[in-house]
Every structure is written in structure tokens, then in C-alpha cells.
Design a protein around this ligand. Structure first.
Ligand code: NAI
Length: 342
């Protein structure tokens, strides 16, 4: 949206569009789990992207109608539907970005880890197909528990001999979106200006907003830090409880995932100024995977940004130390799940 408003400003300034270059719609995106609560609004938002030429929608059920519906929007991408395992390979051929929101969401009282047994198998199966059909694609994992499903995906790709750590991303954008929204409201800042890096992982206390690194530079009382940190960590549960059994965050998640897709496509398209937070293979801590701000380029993660982790407040440092055992266990659980399989 930001990019589009910049574009229209550029259009106006160029009076008559003389120097304006329309972004080329030339990228192919697949969404696996496309008829779900996240999948449908995400498919709509990706359908609006000027960079997408083909949008492939896959699910085990109900995807035909979603694709027929979306295909009537007069935006560049061609929408195709794929139903069930026998159509998965065709869905993935030649794809540049694969987004995976397939799996079950939380109900009240559940943690993300409670989803492990079902979603671990789903992610394993889907990533095996990605490895076989589009091993060079960027892979965006949304299915929870992200702290374990990303290590699962990495192990699957390693077994298939196609693991490129620069192209595997756990989508934590929603944590940043929430942090930006809550901080802007609390401090009366313009939403568009606020950027809070969120590091660690994507579950409970492993979600660590670094409020001291908020841009624009902002001061918080100890009480505000405590209140905002806990709210950002529990924001998913806020939605699960409000939906009272009907699922977890879908619309805000789709918004966040679409932002991450658009950032990835801009990076693929040669934009050299693309930064997002994501849960990726990392050497910024002693853990093998860690969410931090990253620079994304044509080949995936171009750089991890260590500066956010320097000069932490005492509160942040304690929270970082406290999250590591849980995050480590979730990562090991994911790795162990694949390694136990024959
Ligand atoms: P949903 O139940 O509404 O949709 C899931 C979709 O996945 C359904 O259409 C289902 O048919 C499909 N599916 C199930 N097994 C499949 C398979 N083997 N292959 C392809 N598709 C399959 O759930 P919702 O609300 O869309 O959530 C999806 C996942 O995203 C959940 O695991 C949830 O915990 C996670 N999530 C992640 C967030 C994040 O920040 N990373 C935020 C919110 C949810």
C-alpha cells in the first residue's frame, strides 16, 4: 500500500507518467492452505499485487470456489486452483514464493505447541513437495508452532538435499504489525512512522518486542514496557478468546503475510532496501534459529541485522535470556520430529 502511494505520487510528479515504469507482473506465488481463514484473505491481498503474474491456490478442499471468485478481480495475476495431494506438484512448478498457512488454528485454552501433532505432519508433507517441485522458491511458513515448523521444514529440505537457509522464513510479521499498532496508539505516534523490531520466536514469551529500539526514538516508563510487552506477546490469545472457538487471527495475519510476500517480491525484483523481521536460521544467538530484523535480497536473506540486539535494556536482556530455553526446546522438538521418521 505504501509502495502504491509512493507510485501514485511519482505518477503525479511525472505529469503524464513520462518516467513512470509500471512494475512488471512476473512472479508466481503459491498459497498452500488457500481456502482457510488466513488463506482466503491472503489470496485476495496477493491478487492485488502488481508484481504477481500467477497465483496458485492449493488446499485439500473448497479451493475451486475461492479461485473462481478471485479470478474475477481485474488485477494482472492469473488464478489457478489445485485440490488434494495429486494436484500439489502442478501447483508448485516454477513458483517463486510459496506461502504455507495450512493446518489447524488454536482454540481458547490452547498454546501454539498444542497444534504440533497435526501441523508438524502437514508442514512436513507440503515442504517435501516444495523440495521436489520448486526447490529455489522462497518458503514462508505461517503454520504454528512456527518455532518448531520452521526447523521441521529445514530438516525436510536437508534430507532432500536442497536446503538453502537464506530462503526459508518463519513469518513473524504479525508480531511487528501488532507492536507497531499498540505502540503508536499508546504514544500517540503516526502509525506509518512506527517501527518496533520483534526478536526471538513466535509464541508467548519467545516473542520479544525491543521497545528501546522503536523508531522514531520513543521513551517508555517501566510500566509501559511491561504492559506493552505482555500485550504484544498475548495478542494472538486476545483474538483466540474473542473468537471463542472460531479460530485465531486470520485477517490481521493475512495483512501481515501479504506484507511479507510483497517485501519478498520487491527483493526478488531488485529493490535493494527491503528489511523485515522473520524467524530464520541465524548466528545472532547460540540458537540455530532466531527471529530478528533481516535484509532480504534477490537470493533471500542477504544479512541478519545484529544492531537491534546490541545495547539492550536490562528488561530486554532478562527477557531474552528467559526466552532461550523455551525456544531451544521448540526448535529441538521440530528437528527431532523429522529425525525420528525413517
Ligand atoms: P483454518 O483452519 O481456517 O485454515 C487452514 C486451512 O488449511 C484449511 O483450509 C484446511 O483445509 C487447510 N489444510 C489442512 N490440511 C492441509 C494439507 N495437508 N494441505 C493443504 N491444506 C491443508 O486455519 P487458519 O486460521 O487459516 O490458520 C492456519 C495456521 O496459521 C494455523 O496453524 C495457525 O495457528 C497459524 N497462524 C499463524 C500465525 C503467525 O503469526 N505465524 C498467526 C495466526 C495463525
Amino acid at each position: 500500500v505504501l509502495k502504491q502511494s509512493i507510485t501514485s505520487k511519482a505518477q503525479k510528479e511525472n505529469k503524464g507518467y513520462g518516467n513512470y515504469v509500471q512494475p512488471q507482473a512476473s512472479y508466481k506465488v503459491a498459497i498452500l492452505g488457500a481456502s482457510g481463514g488466513i488463506g482466503q484473505p491472503l489470496a485476495l491481498l496477493v491478487k492485488m499485487s502488481p508484481l504477481v503474474s500467477e497465483l496458485n491456490l492449493y488446499d485439500i478442499a473448497n479451493v475451486k470456489g475461492v479461485a473462481a471468485d478471485l479470478s474475477h478481480c481485474n488485477t494482472p495475476s492469473q488464478v489457478s486452483d489445485f485440490t488434494g495431494a495429486s494436484e500439489l506438484a502442478n501447483c508448485l512448478k516454477g513458483v517463486n514464493v510459496v506461502v504455507i498457512p495450512a493446518g489447524v488454528p488454536r482454540k481458547p485454552g490452547m498454546t501454539r505447541d498444542d497444534l504440533f501433532n497435526i501441523n508438524a505432519n502437514i508442514v512436513k508433507t507440503l515442504v517435501e513437495a516444495v523440495a521436489d517441485n520448486c526447490p529455489d522458491a522462497f518458503i514462508h511458513i505461517i503454520s504454528n508452532p512456527v518455532n518448531s515448523t520452521v526447523p521441521i521444514a529445514a530438516e525436510v529440505l536437508k534430507r532432500k538435499g536442497v536446503y538453502d537457509p537464506k530462503k526459508l522464513f518463519g513469518v513473524t510479521t504479525l508480531d511487528v504489525v501488532r507492536a507497531n499498532t499498540f505502540v503508536a496508539h499508546k504514544k500517540n505516534l503516526r502509525l506509518i512512522d512506527v517501527d518496533v523490531p520483534v526478536v526471538g520466536g513466535h509464541a508467548g514469551i519467545t516473542i520479544l518486542p525491543l521497545l528501546s529500539k522503536t523508531k522514531p526514538s520513543t521513551t517508555f516508563t517501566d510500566e509501559e514496557v511491561q504492559e506493552l510487552t505482555v500485550r504484544i506477546q498475548n495478542a494472538g490469545t486476545e483474538v483466540v478468546e474473542a473468537k471463542a472457538g472460531a479460530g485465531s487471527a486470520t485477517l490481521s495475519m493475512a495483512y501481515a503475510a501479504a506484507r511479507f510476500v510483497e517485501s519478498s517480491l520487491r527483493a526478488l525484483d531488485g529493490d535493494s532496501d527491503v528489511y523485515e523481521c522473520a524467524f530464520v536460521q541465524s548466528d545472532l544467538s547460540e540458537l540455530p534459529f532466531f527471529a530478528s530484523r533481516i535484509k532480504i535480497g534477490k537470493d533471500g536473506v542477504e544479512a541478519l541485522i545484529p544492531s537491534d540486539l546490541q545495547g539492550l535494556t536490562e528488561y530486554e536482556q532478562k527477557a531474552l535470556d528467559a526466552l532461550k530455553p523455551e525456544l531451544k526446546a521448540s526448535i529441538e522438538k521440530g528437528i527431532g520430529f523429522v529425525q525420528k521418521k525413517a
